[in-house]
Design a protein around this ligand. Structure first.
Ligand SMILES: [Zn+2]
Length: 477
């Protein structure tokens, strides 16, 4: 990673594009097509939303959308390798009925929208390169501070305070019951396998090691930490986990306090329902938590919550833009694995796409007003959203359970709700996501120097600044 960046900074972009070596290579290489010839491979995968089954549930009355932003700043002039990372994540609660009132004219009334939403933000500061806790290496400083930021980031909307660490323990336990301990696949210091830690940490069992261990070590963010250089990727991964665990904090809060309310909520994350990088094994924990939640709610005869990830960028969002003119409004497209391998990711036909990262499956939906949404939705009552492609005796691909609409009974209501909450103001986005995006945005431009100033100040007074604004709980009924 750092090598690529170094090279990029030495060659200017303009010169690079003009380089004969590059134009020569581009003639040899293929890139994703920008035109679709015969669209039969698209149209045969389309289904009108109206024809899908609608599971038995009340209409959603509220949405909570989550988003985050992060930035790494150089904290000391003349010593640019001293870096500090900032993360801000936000959850925005939107009262859908009030929102629809604000949206009645087709235009959004900002004041009414303001009344329909409640915002919660969580901020953390993480050390970057050349920032240390006393007597501790850079990597171990990062581990300690990451753990601290999870412990100190808490919500109090459901009575007792509930931290991101509690959410992490909960996905290792079950709904309403955080695990008392979790197992690290290895000790970050000596590599010894299967180390048990509680929410407050632990110590490596290897006598020669005795390293202090943290529950957040299970996310293995430290593996990508760079002692000398930028840590943009490490910071993004940390932010993504914080976002997803903040969502779990809310789902689990409703489950503990008022499970019936869960059925009336739509929970929206920015990006797919997936975990990338060293933390990818966590996708199994999200999947297990989700399955147990569905089963527990079904036992009480309550529909599961609506859970959806929306992607605004990336190769699937790009692909959706290329093919969207072949999708009629109000239609959803099943992206089966052979299609993904052939048309999106350029993999071999039998490649097992999505095996390691996903706890929801992607669909493309064209809204009633012609915007394309790329969404991921989990299976109900659980199960892997992607399976290895299978062929029949004639060698043709067969439809696997994860590629049947019956496996996604929440899909129709989810897409109907997103359709209601889209807006002309933000193309290919829905209002709660746009609100969460702006609530979580760190100040850019001039704000960068504000962050630098903060970093410098906090370096002189080495305390981390986890801030939490008050959040009023949604009113039940
Ligand atoms: Zn150890």
């Amino acid at each position: 990673m750092p090598y690529e960046q170094e090279r990029a900074s030495r060659i200017g972009h303009v010169q690079t594009a003009l380089s004969p070596a590059i134009s020569e290579a581009m003639e040899r290489w293929q890139t994703p097509a920008l035109e679709v010839g015969d669209p039969a491979h698209i149209t045969e995968r389309l289904t009108s939303l109206d024809s899908l089954n609608r599971d038995d549930r009340p209409d959603p009355t509220f949405a909570i959308a989550f988003d985050g932003s992060n930035q790494e700043v150089e904290a000391r002039p003349g010593y640019p390798s001293v870096r500090v990372g900032y993360i801000q994540i936000a959850g925005v609660y939107v009262d859908i009925l009030k929102f629809l009132g604000a949206n009645s004219s087709g235009l959004v009334n900002a004041r009414q929208l303001e009344r329909a939403q409640i915002t919660q933000t969580v901020n953390s500061v993480l050390p970057g390169s050349n920032v240390f806790l006393k007597g501790v290496t850079g990597r171990d400083s990062w581990r300690a501070e990451f753990d601290r930021s999870f412990t100190e980031s808490e919500i109090t909307d459901f009575g007792n305070s509930f931290s991101l660490t509690d959410a992490l323990m909960t996905i290792h336990g079950k709904p309403g019951a955080p695990a008392s301990s979790l197992t690290l696949s290895k000790c970050p210091a000596c590599g010894a396998s299967a180390q048990r830690v509680t929410a407050s940490g632990g110590v490596c069992a290897t006598p020669d090691c005795m390293e202090k261990l943290y529950p957040t070590d299970v996310l293995r963010g430290y593996e990508e930490f760079t002692e000398d250089g930028e840590n943009a990727l490490t910071l993004t991964r940390a932010m993504n986990m914080a976002e997803r665990l903040l969502l779990i904090s809310y789902i689990d809060g409703f489950y503990r306090v008022e499970p019936r309310m869960l059925s009336q909520g739509i929970f929206i994350t920015d990006g797919p329902l997936a975990v990338y990088g060293p933390a990818a094994p966590m996708k199994s924990k999200f999947l297990e938590y989700w399955t147990q939640l569905c089963v527990a709610m079904d036992r009480r005869d309550i529909a599961p919550p609506l859970l959806v990830g929306i992607e605004k960028s990336g190769r699937f969002a790009d692909h959706a833009r290329v093919i969207e003119r072949h999708i009629p409004n109000g239609h959803v497209m099943m992206l089966d694995t052979p299609y993904i391998n052939r048309y999106v990711t350029n993999q071999k036909p039998d490649h097992y796409y999505g095996k390691d990262e996903f706890y929801g499956r992607r669909f493309i939906y064209k809204t009633s007003t012609g915007e394309s949404l790329v969404v991921t939705v989990p299976r109900v009552p659980g199960g892997h959203p992607y399976e290895k492609p299978r062929r029949d005796s004639a060698g043709d691909f067969i439809e696997v359970p994860s590629e049947k609409y019956e496996s996604y009974p929440t899909l129709r209501v989810t897409l109907e709700a997103l359709d209601l909450m889209q807006t002309q103001l933000y193309p290919n986005a829905v209002i709660p996501v746009a609100l969460a995006h702006s609530a979580s945005s760190l100040p850019l431009g001039t704000g960068r120097s504000v962050l630098t100033l903060l970093a410098q100040r906090s370096l002189r007074m080495p305390q981390d600044s986890v801030g939490l604004s008050r959040f009023k709980p949604p009113k039940y009924r």
